[in-house]
Design a protein around this ligand. Structure first.
Ligand SMILES: O=C(O)CCC(=O)C(=O)O
Length: 370
């Protein structure tokens, strides 16, 4: 079956999981899967927008890194003289992060939770020395397969049902991109009424990795399911914080719900880039804003087996890549930040009452709710 725009229906184009893929089309804002899955589909970036974005990210980096504390950063920001067209959006963005501690619970609550999890001490037993070294030096660590096949099956089914149910609205709380099906707030919505998705945010080994990067004062920021459909998925290289920092503010994790292969859109990362103190959007190459879509020298593609969890310092330069396979490439992201910083999603608004009541005190504390 062929449509007018050169796309094949899921029945003819995709032998293995066509029926399942059909449930993802609306959420990815597609009518069909393209026949030419091998043709690169790259995000387009307007040159003027790119130049302006570079100036903003570089200025935010300069202001942020000029202070060691938020009080010092506020002072630098207040005295900053720059072109208003660049400075004003930077000021609005930085103000949001510098307006004072954003946590709802007193910080001793997460410290107690860390003690109960056995991760209070930096030198705890949940992460090996080599896992800590990977996080420090490369900026990411593969924590290995942490989910059983039965858990994986149940999670994939739950997420697939949510994608189909939310349809074109899926992911709207954070972002929507053509060709990528997303669902936001997976762990805290009613879809997780029975705890099937709890490991994504509360697995002790993942929390140990978060603690290693951020210390004991961290909290949940968001949980986003992320699935590039065949032929789609390439993203601009980015970090999950809009400018360069001296000390990390965010950690992310990718739970692999399918094997990540060289072909199906594995995440690309630039090892060591979390230490460069620069966001790719603020960086230049030969004096011009970087082409964010192009490969970055030294980048590697993260492959691995379904059920694995890759935790990363989220200042690491990374992005999704195009899925050239005939199948879904399903992943779940779990994002954390320092307790004092704003979160990517508004937890009290998205949190289902039944989920909240089912969760134990440690999970509630990680969510910064009580
Ligand atoms: O799932 C991936 O491969 C990476 C996605 C990502 O970096 C993002 O959506 O910001």
């Amino acid at each position: 079956m062929r449509s007018d725009n050169g796309t094949a229906s899921v029945q003819t184009g995709l032998p293995r999981s066509g029926t399942e893929i059909a449930r993802y089309l609306a959420a990815a804002h597609l009518d069909a899967i393209p026949n030419d899955r091998q043709t690169p589909r790259l995000p387009t970036v307007d040159r003027a927008a790119r130049v302006a974005g570079q100036a903003r990210s570089a200025l935010a980096t300069r202001i942020w890194c000029a202070g060691a504390t938020d009080a010092e950063r506020r002072e630098v920001l207040a005295g900053c003289k720059a072109d208003a067209a660049v400075l004003e959006p930077v000021r609005r963005n930085l103000d949001r992060h510098l307006r004072g501690p954003a946590n709802r619970l007193p910080p001793d609550r997460i410290e107690t939770a860390c003690r109960e999890l056995g991760i209070e001490d930096a030198d705890n037993a949940l992460l090996s020395a080599s896992e800590r070294r990977s996080l420090d030096e490369d900026g990411y660590v593969d924590l290995g397969p942490l989910l059983t096949p039965a858990q994986l099956d149940a999670m994939r089914k739950r997420l697939g049902d949510a994608v189909a149910r939310e349809g074109t609205t899926a992911g709207h709380e954070v972002s929507q991109t053509r060709g990528i099906a997303r669902v936001s707030g997976t762990v805290i919505k009613a879809m997780n009424h029975d705890g099937v998705l709890d490991p994504f945010s509360f697995h002790p080994k993942l929390l140990a990795a978060v603690r290693h990067v951020l210390g004991t004062r961290f909290r949940y920021s968001s949980t986003n399911f992320h699935c590039p459909l065949p032929g789609y998925g390439h993203q601009a290289i980015h970090a999950d914080w809009g400018w360069g920092v001296r000390d990390p503010e965010v950690v992310n994790a990718i739970w692999l719900l399918d094997d990540f292969t060289a072909e199906n859109g594995p995440t690309r990362v630039v090892p060591g880039s979390h230490r460069w103190g620069e966001h790719p959007a603020g960086s230049t190459v030969d004096g011009a804003p970087r082409d964010l879509v192009a490969p970055v020298p030294g980048e590697v593609h993260l492959t691995g087996v379904a059920g694995s969890c890759i935790a990363y310092n989220a200042h690491l330069w990374h992005s999704g890549t195009q899925n050239f396979s005939t199948d879904l490439r399903r992943a779940q992201h779990a994002f954390f930040t320092r307790t004092v910083r704003p979160t990517q999603t508004d937890v009290p608004t998205l949190l289902d009452r039944g989920v909240f009541e089912r969760l134990g005190p440690i999970a509630q504390t990680v969510l910064d709710v009580s």
